[in-house]
Design a protein around this ligand. Structure first.
Ligand SMILES: [Zn+2]
Length: 157
């Protein structure tokens, strides 16, 4: 029976991106990061949650007609560092890579500290040093506030 479950696949796409091995429960966040939630879109988007894989449960997101920007890679890596991104052209995977954590996250996460200069009226871009990988840990360059887990996923801009 288990073998049967493994064969379930969501519709193949002609051109676009498949983000695989998303940490279980983070699929919706990935859709939000890609700005595919609560707005009208033309492309076909599908998400599978709690899919069985050799490394446990995972979420998968498929987006027709979209290739990711570097900034989007970085954001996804912060909430799911083991995710892989497959670029599809003509139904074939032409490129597959892990998102990989950056050394610094600039302008993609809000600081949790409301007194931080990046949360004042000053036009200061947020900057965090990535200080941990599993789980991901960030430290604000300006106020030293550390963030991890849900705090990060809730504050991805
Ligand atoms: Zn801060």
């Amino acid at each position: 029976m288990e073998g049967k479950e493994k064969k379930i696949k969501i519709t193949p796409i002609e051109h676009g991106t498949v983000i695989d091995h998303i940490k279980k429960g983070q699929g919706m966040k990935v859709l939000r990061i890609l700005d595919l939630v609560d707005r009208e879109i033309d492309s076909i988007v599908s998400m599978a949650m709690n899919v069985n894989s050799s490394m446990g449960k995972k979420d998968i997101v498929k987006v027709e007609g979209k290739e990711l920007k570097n900034e989007e890679f970085d954001k996804i890596s912060l909430i799911s560092p083991n995710a892989t991104v497959n670029i599809i052209r003509d139904y074939e995977v032409i490129k597959k890579h892990r998102v990989g954590l950056p050394d610094f996250a600039k302008g993609i996460v809000r600081c949790k500290n409301s007194n931080c200069i990046t949360n004042q009226s000053e036009p200061v871009e947020t900057e965090f040093e990535v200080t941990g990988e599993d789980p991901v840990k960030l430290r604000c360059t300006y106020c030293d506030r550390e963030m991890t887990g849900e705090e990060i996923s809730e504050n991805v801009i």
